[in-house]
Write a protein that binds this ligand. Sequence first.
Ligand code: PAF
Length: 283
Amino acid sequence: MTQVVHEIKEVREVLGQWRKEGLSVGLVPTMGYLHAGHKSLIDRAVKENDRVVVSLFVNPMQFGPTEDLNTYPRDLEADTKLCAASGAHVIFNPEPKEMYADGFCSFVDMTGPTAELCGKSRPIHFRGVCTVVNKLFNIVMPDKAYFGQKDAQQLAVIRRMVKDLNIPVEIVACPIVREADGLAKSSRNTYLNAEERQAALVLSRAVRLGQGLVEKGERDTHKVMEAMKACINAEPMAKIDYVEAVDFQSIQKVDAVENEVLFAMAVYIGKTRLIDNFIINIS
Ligand code: PAF
């Protein structure tokens, strides 16, 4: 049975009991509308911890004023079923006022890894992510927390935050889960109509193309990016926000493929902004 709680004090009560029993705790932070990508995180958390908390919270602080906060899909009933099927123990589903009480004015902000990629087109996004993830870590105090590699910059940002602020949690990265035709799973895929859904395949095509070039020995990131951009631009419904190659730790641009390089993209398909990426590790 998965217990759904809405208040911080309820989470603390449950957690207090688990800690007394010496149980390990995994946290899977999400914004809900769970899909197979989230399920892979929850399944892994259930395998690796005695108890698992899944947070479902569409965090207003990480959405810009013109972004999709109000239309972001929500379905607590379906999410509860998915969590129960995976064996998660608690769903934490707070209201915004529970997380951000009147007068709220403390933030966790970051320079460096937030400056490029999504940080450029979504200037307040990572401040919102860092603040809410920090709050969730303080509320749940998990031993391990699970994040998808689809949001690769977010993963790098959270790893950096945990290191910089000495947060005692192990960050576990989980691979991208794709539809059978290659499209990376995302709650935002539900915004796409049939024609856009087809056009959105250009992202995973560009990923495969770039990956193939590097695997064949291309080490100039600009050549890889040019090929990926040409592939995306060939799709009339696609508009590139960015295609970049960055060091996966620092999220600073790199010219050569060496160490761990993240090739990341954000592409508009109609009004929907989708992201995808691949990581190459050459050591
Ligand atoms: O990746 C997400 O769904 C969100 O950014 C997160 C980590 C749950 C914070 O709101």
